[in-house]
Design a protein around this ligand. Structure first.
Ligand code: ADP
Ligand code: MG
Length: 391
């Protein structure tokens, strides 16, 4: 689960990770009072959307007086912000965060992420703060310093020293940094975060470290033990079809291609996407209907796939193990009776009750059905059908 910068910063504040003072605003009339309450004579006006790259896209502005605060808040509120992380559609800004301006001495990068290969959290830092870290990793990998942290022994002084050494900090700065980094590790552990990123982490002109930006992603599988974090969810920032799918226990992720996929089992769903790509197609989604799929959930899955106007063919790839093929066939029937499915349906049903399923579908005389004999055959037919080269 993702949260906004201002929410991540609230969590930082609870743990004592230093942040600038700030106020969240959703109406421009509140800007002036908020700026006065924050105090100082320089402010940052920051669009709150679940995406980075706001600065370059005009979503972060520095105001040097109250008039500018009001102007920037009114400009940014309601704007469609398009950053390299939002996609072409961008995101409408519904809230802005007004923050005290910080006198920056140096900008660093600091992050913690789970490294699945090492099976450990990894703390990453770089002198190249404020830039896209992916680009630094690509062009100047030597400027990225990483340490793996053993979850049993936790974050140690030598970890902090190694990172601080890489950042070429003075003795005094090292002490500050060490405190900052170990508190951040505590936040990571205790909130069950899957990623924390501070870009930039700033050394102020007074020689203090402060988090100028904040991103936290939480592990969805651990949310059940964090009711206070679940409350931070902003449904406006999520894909509506994914929210709908969750209500029906469908694991659905929208993608950009044109071959809709209806599959049972996450592993099979992943390989289905792979094989579609192998045959030069592009999957429109990931969808695992799960092991207990009923006719109703299958019908719902159809409904969700078909809402995506890019979908030009649907590949139904079911290996009947726990889920029986005849149930899926009934779901397809139900779905095609409810909504007209105008795109070709490529069906591969194998395993338990597959003959019964084939019979159900044949008797129903559904339009646009193309039968596939196996996975590879199905994927090829789906890719061709999506290109409109076969009916
Ligand atoms: P994004 O990563 O989405 O572009 P950031 O929060 O990193 O957004 O802000 C972009 C840049 O704006 C930062 O690198 C920093 O230079 C500047 N900035 C952000 N917040 C402040 C602040 N409170 N005071 C001064 N400068 C800021
Ligand atoms: Mg940033």
């Amino acid at each position: 689960m993702k949260v906004h910068e201002y929410q991540a910063k609230e969590i930082f504040a609870q743990y004592g990770v230093p942040i600038p003072p700030g106020k969240i605003i959703s109406q421009e009339e509140k800007a002036e009072a908020a700026a006065k309450e924050i105090g100082g004579n320089i402010w940052a006006v920051k669009a709150q959307v679940h995406a980075g790259g706001r600065g370059k896209a005009g979503g972060v502005k520095i105001a040097k007086n109250i008039e500018e605060v009001k102007k920037f808040v009114s400009e940014i509120l309601g704007m469609r912000l398009i950053t390299h992380q939002t996609g072409d559609a961008g995101k409408i800004v519904k809230k802005v965060y007004l923050e005290g301006g910080v006198a920056i001495q140096t900008e660093f990068y600091l992050g913690i992420v789970l490294d699945r290969t090492l099976e450990k959290p990894v703390m990453i830092t770089s002198t190249e703060g404020g830039m896209e870290i992916e680009k630094v990793a690509e062009k100047n990998p030597e400027k990225i310093i990483k340490i793996a942290i053993d979850p049993l022994t936790g974050f140690q002084n030598f970890h902090a020293r190694k990172l601080a050494f890489g950042l070429k900090l003075t003795k005094e700065q090292q002490r500050e940094f060490s405190k900052f980094a170990s508190t951040l590790y505590k936040v990571y552990l205790e909130t069950d975060a899957s990623l924390i990123e501070i870009n930039p982490l700033v050394l102020t002109q007074e020689n203090n470290f402060i988090a100028l930006d904040a991103k936290i992603n939480f592990d969805d599988n651990a949310l059940f033990r964090h009711p206070e974090i679940i409350k931070l969810r902003d449904l406006d920032e999520e894909e509506p079809s994914e929210i709908e799918a969750k209500k029906f226990n469908l694991s659905y992720v929208k993608l950009d291609g044109n071959v809709g996929c209806m599959v049972n089992g996450a592993g099979l769903a992943m390989s289905t996407m792979d094989i579609i790509k192998y045959y030069q197609g592009e999957p429109a989604n990931f969808l695992d209907v799960g092991g207990n799929a009923s006719a109703e959930t299958v019908a719902k899955g159809f409904d969700i796939i078909l809402r995506d106007p890019n979908v030009k063919a649907i590949f139904i790839n079911i290996f009947g193990g726990i889920v029986r093929c005849d149930r899926i066939a009934n779901g397809i029937l139900e779905a095609t009776q409810k909504t007209e499915v105008a795109v070709p349906l490529i069906v591969r049903l194998d395993g338990t009750n597959s003959e019964k399923a084939a019979q159900i579908l044949k008797n129903a005389k559904i339009k646009n059905i193309i039968y596939a004999s196996n996975l590879a055959d199905g994927a090829q037919k789906a890719v061709i059908a999506a290109k409109g080269e076969q009916k």
